[in-house]
Design a binder for this molecule. Structure first.
Ligand code: DOR
Ligand code: ZN
Ligand code: ZN
Length: 380
């Protein structure tokens, strides 16, 4: 296979440890095939599928459905994360062993954060024995509406979004549990300056904590809701400039381990009025252009970007991921960091279009994605 790729970057293909594929159950938003098509167009060859499907991935049957459908499509690795608790209700642990045997690579109740500390502690201990990574959505949703984001734009607009302390408190709780038990925990989509400071502190103490950031939290602040409305609504919410600055520092200094898209497709009808809209944005095709903007602005090097999008998530999952080991069938991305393009009805491969970047000019385009040695996406 010979590709002509002058002026382009060749890197291990990206690994996204946080994707909502909506399949089974909500395929009017997305399905495993449209998610995979969008993913390979974004340079990803490994996706971890969140369990908030209908029914949820809380049993081996649903996990196997996801894996088998992913294998049949054959565009990239589709690895399910099992739910930590039955029905994602936060009351009773699922059968971790059965989920592991069925092929789950991680556990999370994403969307419904696990707030019961005793259950979380038991989950961390059990998962460690089985070599499964426990991930947790970084907000305590019970603190969601009892408090206010004083002076924030959403507060002024009368929108009830989860306040920043809902994140800080749960992140601190998860770090403490990880430190005390010695069990790994992965904190999903951190967004507040204080929570990254807490993670930095616990990493220094030696706690086996890791975390990820959603690219949109690196790009936008809460002000985006004024121009993009419901398309800028997400959990955790877009925050203030000082939070964004802290996240940029943390991706540069290694406090944040991964960029993960939290690709969260929703139908147009679910994204009408900001106050009723469902939270989340599609992100598989926009992650690279956003990450490259950080490289251009000097926040991170290209090398660091590849670590954040490929090497680190692969290592956390204990999979080969996008590695370029001699002799292995390669998962590779080739991209042109300078090429401009627009995400619109012609280029979008997701079934949904909920992103503030819809119709905007983006810089940085995947030219080839190679999965197990075969070109699964090309745009030349
Ligand atoms: O914005 C979000 N959307 N945050 C989540 O935790 C869940 C996700 C979804 O499933 O739509
Ligand atoms: Zn989440
Ligand atoms: Zn999510």
């Amino acid at each position: 296979l010979v590709l002509h790729v002058e002026g382009c970057v060749v890197a291990p293909a990206f690994v996204d440890i946080h994707v909502h594929m909506r399949d089974p159950g909500q395929t009017y938003k997305e399905d495993i095939e449209t998610a995979c098509r969008s993913a390979v167009a974004g340079g990803f060859t490994t996706l971890v599928c969140m369990p908030n499907t209908e029914p949820p991935i809380d049993n081996p049957h649903v996990a196997r459905y996801v894996i088998q459908k992913g294998e049949k499509i054959g565009l990239c690795n589709v690895l399910p994360a099992g739910a930590i608790t039955k029905g994602r209700k936060g009351k009773e642990l699922t059968d971790f062993y059965a989920l592991k045997m069925a092929g789950c690579v991680a556990l999370t109740d994403d969307g419904s954060p696990l707030t019961d500390s005793l259950l979380m502690k038991r989950a961390l201990q059990l998962a460690k024995q089985l070599g499964l990574l426990v991930m947790n959505h970084c907000e305590d949703d019970k603190l969601a509406y009892g408090s206010i984001n004083e002076g924030s734009i959403s507060d002024l607009l009368g929108l009830s979004v989860r306040p920043v302390e809902a994140e800080d408190i749960l992140v601190a709780r998860d770090c403490i549990l990880s430190y005390r038990t010695g069990c790994p925990v992965h904190i999903q989509h951190v967004s507040s300056a204080l929570s990254v400071e807490i993670i930095r502190f616990f990493k220094k103490l030696g706690a086996p904590v890791s975390c990820e950031v959603n690219p949109y939290h690196l790009l936008f602040t809460e002000k985006e809701i004024l121009s993009s409305g419901a398309d800028a609504k997400v959990n955790p919410p877009l925050r203030r400039e000082e939070d964004r600055a802290a996240l940029l520092e943390a991706v540069a200094d290694g406090t944040i381990d991964c960029i993960a898209t939290d690709h969260a497709p929703h139908h147009t009808s679910e994204k009408e009025l900001v106050s009723f809209a469902l939270p989340g944005m599609i992100g598989l095709q926009t992650a690279l252009p956003i990450a490259l903007s950080l490289v251009r602005e000097g926040h991170i090097t290209m090398q660091r970007m590849v670590e954040l999008m490929s090497c680190n998530p692969a290592r956390l999952l204990g999979i080969e991921g996008g590695s370029l080991r001699p002799g292995s069938e390669a998962n590779v991305v080739v991209f042109d960091p300078e090429r401009e393009w627009t995400l619109d009805q012609h280029t979008n491969l997701s079934r949904s279009k909920n992103t503030p970047l819809w119709g905007k000019k983006l810089k940085g385009k995947v030219l080839y994605t190679i999965y197990r040695g075969k070109v699964v996406y090309s745009d030349v």
